[in-house]
Design a protein around this ligand. Structure first.
Ligand code: HEC
Ligand code: HEC
Length: 258
């Protein structure tokens, strides 16, 4: 079996004169292409229409963590994640069909939608954890995460390290666990090593702390803000929008912060 795979690979190399492209190569190529283009916000808005169905018109996702907050994320991170998801270098079966070239477009559209999303103001509220182990969480954060994600969880534009402040706790939890068990294929190898010995308690404490770091004031939307680019968006009935953001009212959801 092994031998036949090896022989097939060799034949591919001989036939094409090069090694068959891996998902990481495809993603890397698209990332580099998109990074060279000048983004067009008007087109980004058009592309975002299809994304808004899940990520909401504001880009705030859901407190339940089913959909992440993408608003305010660094553009390089958005471009990398889109390229990775599309090349299947990060599994996301829910979103994958919407990243096909006929729906999402090419590298220019990726650059445009990333620029559009990154300038959206972030939710004044996001899902947080239980709040009873925050001192431990802060210590773990300072000892293990600041080197890459920054003192305040702001990430790094140049190295496409995600901003993690203001993200929904349950989304952070899912990604962190997937990174730890190496289910998220595009994970940073050094991060995997760094969190190798984290216990259940450690994971909950550090992510609760992260979910409560407030992004800078100028990045946060005013109370009651709605994205005026999508005036006719129909919100599902379980999302109550009266308090100025979508609160997931189903039982068992995390509470909004004080
Ligand atoms: C059908 C629902 C759906 C649609 C439509 C959708 N997404 Fe997503 N998206 C998701 C889900 C679910 C996740 C999180 C998957 C996970 O937990 O790994 C996600 C994750 C992401 C992430 C990664 C965020 C992070 O912090 O790592 C980005 C970026 C993103 N989506 C952008 C987009 C853009 C841009 C579009 C439109 C072109 C879009 N999405 C359309 C469901 C959707
Ligand atoms: C050596 C650098 C490094 C360290 C240390 C590190 N991370 Fe990461 N982390 C990354 C990179 C890079 C990514 C994005 C990988 C990719 O491209 O998908 C990431 C992704 C994440 C994500 C997923 C974000 C998203 O939007 O999907 C979470 C959550 C996270 N890190 C939390 C942490 C926490 C908490 C710590 C400390 C306990 C930590 N990381 C330590 C580099 C690091």
């Amino acid at each position: 079996m092994r031998k036949s795979i090896w022989v097939t690979s060799l034949l591919c190399v001989l036939a094409t004169g090069q090694v068959v492209a891996q998902p990481t190569d495809d993603a890397m190529r698209e990332y580099e292409q998109a990074m060279e283009l000048t983004p067009n916000l008007e087109n980004g808005k058009k592309v975002y229409r299809i994304c808004s169905v899940c990520h909401t018109p504001e880009g705030w996702g859901l407190e339940s963590g089913a959909y992440p907050q993408v608003a305010g994320q660094l553009p390089t991170v958005l471009i990398k994640q889109l390229a990775d998801i599309r090349a299947r270098n990060r599994d996301n079966p829910t979103m994958l069909p919407f990243t096909s070239p006929n729906l999402l477009g090419g590298a220019q559209d990726i650059a445009d939608v990333a620029a559009y999303i990154s300038q959206l103001p972030m939710s004044p509220y996001n899902g947080v954890g239980h709040g009873n182990d925050l001192e431990w969480g802060e210590k773990l954060y300072k000892d293990n995460c600041t080197e890459c994600h920054g003192e305040l969880g702001e990430g790094d534009l140049e190295d496409h390290i995600p901003a993690i402040y203001g993200q929904h706790y349950r989304y952070l939890l899912r990604q962190f666990e997937w990174i730890k068990i190496e289910r998220r294929r595009n994970a940073d190898k050094k991060m995997v090593k760094q969190i190798h010995n984290f216990t259940h308690r450690d994971i909950r404490a550090v992510l609760d702390y992260v979910s409560r770091i407030r992004p800078p004031k100028e990045k946060i939307a005013k109370e009651g803000w709605r994205n005026p680019d999508f005036p006719n968006f129909a919100r599902p009935a379980h999302l109550h929008s009266g308090a100025g953001y979508a609160i997931d009212k189903r039982p068992g959801r995390p509470m909004r912060p004080e």
